[in-house]
Structures are given as C-alpha cells and as structure tokens.
Write a protein that binds this ligand. Sequence first.
Ligand SMILES: Nc1ncnc2c1ncn2[C@@H]1O[C@H](COP(=O)(O)OP(=O)(O)OP(=O)(O)O)[C@@H](O)[C@H]1O
Length: 354
Amino acid sequence: MLQLDQVAISYGSNKVVQGFDLLLQSGEIGCLLGASGCGKTSVLRAIAGFEPVSEGTIHLHQQTVSRAGFGVAPEKRKIGMVFQDFALFPHLTVAENIAFGIRRLPKTQQRQRVDTLLALVELQGLGERYSHALSGGQQQRVALARALAPQPDLLLLDEPFSSLDTELRGSLATQVRQILKQQGITALLVTHDKSEAFSMADQLGVMDKGRLLQWGSPATLFSQPACLDVADFIGKGAVVKVQYLGDGQISGDIGHWPLSDRLNLDAGVPLSLLLRPHQVKPDNSSALKAKVLRQIFRGADYLYELQLSGGEQLLSSTSLDCELRVGESLGLSLDMTNPLLFVAADGHSVSREL
Ligand SMILES: Nc1ncnc2c1ncn2[C@@H]1O[C@H](COP(=O)(O)OP(=O)(O)OP(=O)(O)O)[C@@H](O)[C@H]1O
C-alpha cells in the first residue's frame, strides 16, 4: 500500500534522511519512533508530498508518487494528516471543521458524513461548539474526524497526542487505534513516546539520525532488536560488558554463562549484554553478588540500581513486598533464556552471527 525504497530527504546540502525503506500493508498502523530531530516529520512530509525526495522512490498503491525531480501534488495523493497542535480552525464550529475537506459535496451528504464521524469519535451533540470550548482530547478527536472526512487512502499522524497529559495520551491512543482498526484505515504515526507507539502500532520502526534501524512488529523489536540502539530505545535496561569465550560461553562481571547457540565469532570478542530489569531478580542462593545503589518507587513495583562486585551496574524490578535497603548486599539470579547480545564494536545483534 505504502512503500518507501531507499528514500533520502535533503534540506540544501544537509541530508537528514537516507537509505530509508518501509512497507506498510493496507489496513496496518505503522509507527515511527525516534528522538527529536531524527527525521520523523521529514519522512511524513515527504509521504504527504510537502517535501521532495532527493533519492529513492515513494509508492502509494503501486503508483510512484515521489522520486528525485518528480512528485504528485499533495492534494492528489488522497492522504489525510493529523498534527500535534490540532490545527482546528477557531472561527469554525466542530461540524464545520469536520466538513472542511468535503465542502464541495452536497449539504445533505456533508451533514450525514459529519454525523457519522461525530459518532465515531464519540462527540455526538458537540457539532455546534467552537474548539476553545473543547478539551485537548476532544479537540484532537475533532482533528481526527476532520482528517477522516474525505475518506483518505492513508492517514498520517504527526505526534498527535504529544500536547496532551500522559494519562489522556494513553487512553486516546487506544481509542484512536480502535477507530482506525474499525474503519480499516491505513495509518502511519510518528512519535517519540514508546508507550504510545506500543499501544498504536502493528508495525514499528525505530529511527536514528535519519536512518531506519529496524522495522517490524513491536514484539519483534522488543525480543529481537537488530542493534543495541533499538534495544535501548524500546525498553529500559542496563548494558554490561562480556566476552565471547569461543566455546559457546560468555564471561564477565556476571560470571560464566553458556549460550544455547554457538556464535560465529572469534574467542575474546567483546560483546554488550542488555539485561532488562525483569531479567534480574534477587536470589540469595546465587553466587553472583551485588550491592543496592538506589531504590526507585514506581507505584506498582520497585526499580533497583545495583552494582556487581566487578563494578558493572544492573537494573532489577521487584514486587513491592521485596524491599531492599540502599547499601545492602544481595545475591542475583539472571534470566538468560534469550540473552540480548550485541557485538561491542558496532552494536549489531549477535543473532546475525549464528
Ligand atoms: N525546512 C527545513 N529546513 C532545514 N532543515 C530542516 C527543515 N525541517 C527540518 N529540518 C532539519 O531536519 C532534521 C530532521 O527534522 P525533523 O523535523 O524531520 O525531525 P523529527 O524527528 O520529526 O523531530 P521532532 O520530533 O523534534 O519533530 C533536523 O535536524 C531539522 O533541524
């Protein structure tokens, strides 16, 4: 449905996106996740036709809409957009805002479509209000209804929830996903918020410095990250240095650990092991000892910062009935069922080396 092949986007001589490949099937919700300035908005703007591509191609429904020196006009792409700042017209009512993109249709058709959309976004009865009399969440639902009114083939959402408070953001993201799924709409969302990405996306991509590091299901990115940057961005964890021993074992401050697969690496190769807090648990029968550096209360659990005797630090999450004191020594068990191991030199996952 939407395909980007080796897309590059430049502002003058500054190439801010490069080698960008992405495939989104009809009805899927994709999400681009990345830190501020990594090029997310530039990718959306290029898909919408507001920004030219300097290399590569963008296809919509197998039709080339952008390549170097060529671009189908934005209004011909049948793409809807929702922006971070709602961008509602303040002098128009909710109903008039929603009808804006379908103002050329006969009035009765416009009214029907507006009523359907008001019901869809659960704002029945608010059609005559002005945007200043709506909450942030309601305004964003109007913006969504307005973008959906012309029945776009593809919906692009640029940080649509970032100006809302955290709790509302979470519930609106779930609600919007439901609406998009119910209507079978193909959508691409950009955000720097992980939980928003997880609650919205069928397909998730992590961007860094204008490149797409990995594109796949949220579960794949979490459990099989292609590189340390993706792993780190997707889920909090601590990175410890280990060495590959050549015989299917790794060793470091965490001791010796056998791996289920032999790696195609030379003995002595330095590796980085990412351990997420749920993989590290207090276990006083263990010979692996650590000291508690810090306790962080997270409401539903504790997060502990721990230091191994060799100096490396780990994170551990424990239930609230497991309270440890700062400075206390404890034994640790590690869940090494599917260790997230990366070649220290380049950060690539070692699963490539199996
Ligand atoms: N119109 C422009 N002219 C020149 N440089 C630009 C322009 N728009 C964006 N940039 C630069 O391109 C890079 C990528 O910007 P972009 O807005 O795509 O990133 P982003 O990931 O969406 O960031 P944010 O999350 O802060 O919106 C940044 O370095 C930015 O300064």
